[in-house]
Design a protein around this ligand. Structure first.
Ligand code: SAM
Length: 272
């Protein structure tokens, strides 16, 4: 059967958008039909199903909600790369770290995708903090996509996602695998050990983390949420930051139309 002939009708699209929104906050507005259909087709192919009608009844009758999780997984946009929006990393190196002279530091990458963001952070910290082994430096990296978390835990990357990693850091913190063509790069264990990867849906009523963070990265995920959801999230981050702690958001995610208590520091950078 030609997959192009499988139609996602308006009712099915609305039901899927509603489920995705309720569970993940991701707002699939009208106009996103083609995108939703293309992404859902991945699930239909995996399940060898021939219609969205069949898929919708599978979702509705799926008692453990396992399929819902898998559906959310395919609906997420996971684009990322090492040292993306490098101004944040430069600011962290030049302004935040020199001020953060405490033995214990905690960072959170709150939508870490396949790991490039928390690994960039860990590499920067390892490279900048003298005698880092004698200090307690921890990074929590969370995401809603189990597929992406699986990739992050593998920590193996292709050259294209590494193009913004300076050559020196590439040699210092990655192991090149020449057996693969094109070669791949594996993050060294010394860097991997600094990060704990965990599944977390930012929409959950309670977040299980204990203690406060010095810096939270929540970049390029709020663009998928509507204003009330962004508003709620920003207020919650406030309570998870140390006084004086920093929040980085994506450069296209200004907080200008959100009411919050943060001090604006520079584009996409806020301070408690
Ligand atoms: C475009 S990536 C951003 C990755 C990285 N922060 C960056 O800026 O390069 C967005 C990530 O947000 C995750 N995401 C979407 N909704 C989420 C939610 N409700 N809770 C946690 N993560 C979510 C997606 O799975 C995806 O990996």
């Amino acid at each position: 059967m030609n997959s192009m002939s499988i139609e996602l009708n308006e009712k099915q699209f609305n039901k899927v958008s509603q489920l995705v929104y309720q569970f993940s906050g991701i707002n699939l507005k009208a106009g996103k039909e083609a995108l939703v259909r293309a992404r859902l087709m991945k699930r239909l192919r995996a399940l060898k199903m021939r219609s969205f009608e069949e898929y919708m009844s599978h979702i509705e009758n799926d008692e453990g909600s396992r399929e819902l999780g898998l559906m959310i997984d395919v609906m997420t946009t996971n684009k990322t790369n090492f040292f993306r929006e490098v101004e944040h990393f430069n600011y962290l190196r030049d302004k935040i770290l020199p001020e953060l002279r405490k033995p214990r530091m905690k960072f959170w990458s709150a939508a870490c995708s396949s790991g490039e963001e928390p690994f960039s952070l860990a590499i920067l910290l390892r490279d900048e903090i003298p005698k880092i082994e004698s200090r307690d430096v921890k990074i929590l990296a969370t995401d809603i996509s189990t597929t992406m978390l699986g990739r992050a835990c593998e920590a193996v990357y292709k050259e294209e996602t590494l193009r913004d990693v300076p050559e020196l850091l590439l040699r210092k913190y990655f192991i090149k695998n020449r057996k693969e063509q094109p070669p791949t790069y594996r993050v060294k264990d010394s860097v991997r050990q600094m990060i704990k990867f965990a599944w977390l849906n930012l929409m959950l009523d309670t977040w299980p983390m204990k203690g406060l963070f010095d810096v939270i990265f929540c970049r390029n995920v709020m663009i998928y949420f509507d204003k009330p959801t962004q508003q709620k999230l920003i207020n919650r981050f406030w309570h998870f930051l140390e006084p004086g702690g920093h929040l980085f958001v994506g450069h296209s995610e200004s907080l200008s139309s959100i009411s919050h208590k943060f001090k604006y520091v520079r584009p996409a950078t806020y301070r408690k």
